[in-house]
Structure formats: C-alpha cells, structure tokens
Design a protein around this ligand. Structure first.
Ligand SMILES: *Cc1c(COP(=O)(O)O)cnc(C)c1O
Length: 466
C-alpha cells in the first residue's frame, strides 16, 4: 500500500530504498541491518516539519542533526547561496587571496562572539574544526618554546566529531574500539553526569568533584605536559548531559591556575541553542578557543571553524611564521554567504532572545510537568535542548535491565507518531529549531506524552518494570 509520492519525489519508496542500500554507505550505521529494514526517505521540509516519501509529516525535534536552528525553508539563505554561486562559486584563501563573504563573516563572527575573539580559522565541518584545534594548540606551545606541552584532556562520552583527531578527542568507547584510537597525546577524564556518577551528593557538590578530576589529571601528567582541555558546554550526542552550575567555573579556575588552554566545542551550543549566543556564556566560562559548525549555517550548507582568542592569535600571528595547515574549503564563499544570511536572520528574528525569554522557559516548565510520569527519573532542559531519563524505578533512578533497550522502544513510537526525538541509551533527547513557537511546543509535548505512555505500556506488558 504505497501512498502517492510527495511533490518533488521521482521514484517509489521501495525503489529509493533498494538503490540506497545498493550504493550508499551511511554514517554510524550497521549497513546490513539498514538494508534489511530500508531507509526512511525524507523528501521535503518546512519550518519545523519534515515529510517522508510516503507523505508522512514529522515534527523535527532534533533540528536535523542539531543544526537547522532557523528552521527549514528560509528564503534568505537560499537567495544568499544563489547570488554567491552566480557571482563567485569558489575561490580559495591560500596564496594571499580572500573573498568578500569570508572576510565579512570573519568580521561578523568577531562581533557576535565574546570579546576575546577577534580571529577565526575556517573549516568545512565540526570534526575538521577540532582537527584544527589539535594542530593549533600544539603549535602554540611549540612557538612558546614548550614543545613538551602536547597532551589534550577531554572527557568520557564527549563527542567532538569523527575524523582521527575528532574521534580521539571524543570519549565514545565504541568509536575508540575501531581504528586504533585515540591517537597519542589525548586522554580522558570522567564526565559531569550527576545521575550516573554523583548520586548521594548534591548536584553542586558533584560539579566541584567532577571538575576536580581535571586537576587530578593535570597533576598526574605534569602541568608542563598539558596543552589544553576541551569540552562541550553541554554534552550533546552523549545524551544532553547538562553539568551542575558549579562545574564550568571550577574548570576555568583550574585551567587558569595551570596555564592550560581552555577549548569550548560550541558546535551544538553555539548560535543561541542555550539562550545566549554561546554555551560558555550560559555556563559561565571564558574559553581561549571555540569550535563551531552546525548552527553557523543552520545546516543549509557545510561550514565549520575555530574562533581563536587573542591569547593564541597573538602568538600565532606575531611569533609563528607560516602555520602549515588549512583546507581547500577554508572560507568557502558560498558557505560563508549562507552563514552571513543565517546570522543576520538570527538577529532579525531575535532568536537568541526568543529562546532565552520565551520558548526556553516555556519548554523548561513543560518538562518540569512531565517529571511525575512513572517512566521518568529526570527531565531537564537548558534553553532549547532537553533530556528525559527513562528509568525502571524513580527511587534511586534504577535503570532497566541491560538487555532492555528502552530508548529504542520509545524512539520507535516517536517515529510512528510523527515525532523525531533521539534516543541515547536510556535518555530521550530533543533540540528543536529555535524558531519553534509555544503552540508548537504544546504540539510536541502532546506527542512526547503519548510516546512515553506507549513505551510505559510496552514495558508493563513485557515485564520490564519488574
Ligand atoms: C556534530 C559535532 C561535531 C562534529 O561536527 P561534524 O560537522 O559532524 O564534523 C563536533 N562537536 C560537536 C559537539 C558536535 O555535536
């Protein structure tokens, strides 16, 4: 029973699926399992909604992959790309050349980032941006005559991308298990995840304990060996782990004390997600470097980069000579033109204020009211991202048996009911487009409640709650 394909679709779903599994190796995918099931074919989108090839409408509570902050169908971004493609589709920034969109974007980024940032290094993605971070922080210490300062400290369950350096900086054991990772000189400490590691302590007390793991690691390695610490303000792909308020200020204090560079991976939190322009502003710290990607273009075209604070920029510029690093697409004019249009639109629509004053607090109140649901051990938000912790027993946050994939059960109900919510283990997470309205949040919450109820019914029927 195949519904009529939506406008713009040229082939049947079964046909797309066959061609897909014959030729397209998807990211983070069990290829054989996907071939057996067939991919969901998404054909069009508008605002916060997607449609698949069967004409089913889905509320996209994940902004694509944390990126479509201004929502789908924004004509200003389409026009910017079209104009730039006609005028100058590509020129590079090697060999002492530059293009107007790249220069203007660099200028605008300096304006919307915290005052210590006056320079940017462009990449094509977040992973590449973090590769640049690794090259740059090591080069910085080299130039200063401390070539021994090589080690970068990151955290378990962090996500910093999927290149050799990105996956090494990340703390995903499944990724480290393939390809001999992490590469040398990258080490990990525990994550500031209170529900898992901090029970029996207040959140604030736990935040200080978790930050203390950084100090212990620096002392263990020797401060003269440590180049930088990197962290996401809120761990996104790891399950929207919102750290206690005490955590980041203490991390800042420790980095300052030992002279360690502080790197904020703002690929998800940047451009308004948390209700400020940058996650570090919401969580209270002052990084030396910031990686960005995703929201910089709202995902309309690929772009990433690193904001380079004056502490590092000054050394690179005044003492460094040639920095032997860069990408063909560093400062790609079309990507930069779209980013410019995107940032201007964020300003015009006052999306950061919309998240901070309007929909962020509204979402927080809605999640608070979900807390009494029998399946939930926790429900937390920060700006327009949030997580629901699914537990077998609220008391002591007892988890389901290891063989029960409660998140996947819930996610299946979401898809079937027209909602895209992501499962990370026992956490259901959302990061909707920043343009979402209150009434659309109501619509999303109705779907979330329905899916939690359906998941609870499964769990009772299957005996998982016992
Ligand atoms: C998505 C992500 C990356 C990687 O970005 P890509 O564009 O996929 O390479 C890096 N860091 C964080 C925090 C991310 O969420």
């Amino acid at each position: 029973m195949t519904a009529a394909p939506t406008a713009g679709s040229r082939r049947s779903t079964a046909d797309w699926q066959a061609a897909d599994s014959a030729h397209f190796l998807h990211p983070f995918t069990d290829f054989q399992a996907l071939a057996a099931q067939g991919a969901r074919i998404i054909t069009r989108a508008d605002n916060i909604y997607l449609w698949d090839n069967e004409g089913n409408k889905l509320l996209d509570a994940m902004s694509g992959l944390w990126c479509v902050n201004v929502g789908y169908g924004q004509q200003a971004l389409v026009d910017a790309a079209t104009r730039q493609m006609k005028e100058l589709p590509f020129y590079n920034a090697f060999f002492q050349t530059a293009t107007p969109p790249a220069i203007e974007l660099a200028e605008l980024l300096a304006e919307v980032t915290p005052p210590q940032f006056q320079h940017v290094f462009f990449s094509g993605s977040g992973s590449e941006g973090n590769d640049t971070v690794v090259r740059m922080v090591r080069r910085y210490w080299d130039i200063l005559g401390e070539p021994e300062r090589q080690v970068i400290i990151s955290r378990d369950n962090a996500y910093h991308g999927s290149t050799m350096a990105g996956a090494s900086l990340g703390g995903m054991s499944g990724m480290h298990a393939q390809g001999g990772l992490p590469i040398p000189g990258i080490v990990h400490i525990g994550q500031p995840y209170w529900a898992e590691l901090g029970q029996g302590m207040s959140r604030d007390a736990f935040g200080l304990v978790a930050a203390g793991w950084l100090e212990a690691k620096i002392l263990d390695l020797g401060a003269d060996k440590v180049a930088a610490f990197i962290g996401e303000p809120i761990q996104g792909a790891g399950g929207v782990i919102i750290p206690p308020a005490t955590y980041w200020p203490e991390i800042q204090r420790i980095c300052d004390q030992y002279g360690v560079l502080l790197v904020s991976d703002e690929v998800i939190c940047g451009f308004g997600r948390t209700g400020q322009w940058w996650g570090c502003e919401t969580l209270g710290y002052r990084p030396d470097l910031m990686t960005f990607a995703k929201g910089v273009t709202s995902g309309y075209v690929p772009l990433g980069g690193v904001m380079v604070g004056e502490r590092v920029a000054k050394v690179l510029i005044e003492q460094g000579g040639e920095f032997t690093h860069g990408y063909t697409y560093s400062g790609h004019p079309v990507a930069c033109a779209v980013a410019l249009a995107n940032i201007k639109l964020i300003r015009e629509l006052k999306l950061v204020e919309h998240v901070r004053d309007e929909v962020g607090p509204y979402l927080a109140a809605q999640f608070e009211s979900l807390r009494e649901h029998p399946l939930l051990g926790d429900a937390e938000t920060c700006g327009l991202t949030g997580a629901l912790l699914l537990v077998k027993d609220k008391v002591g946050l007892k988890p389901f048996a290891p063989e029960v994939d409660i998140g996947m059960a819930c996610r299946a109900h979401c898809f079937a009911n027209g909602l895209i919510m992501r499962a990370v283990g026992n956490r259901m997470i959302i990061a909707p487009p920043l343009v979402i309205t209150r009434s659309q949040i109501d619509e999303m919450m109705t779907l979330i409640r329905r899916c939690l109820d359906l998941t609870l019914a499964d769990a009772s029927r299957q005996g998982w709650m016992a």
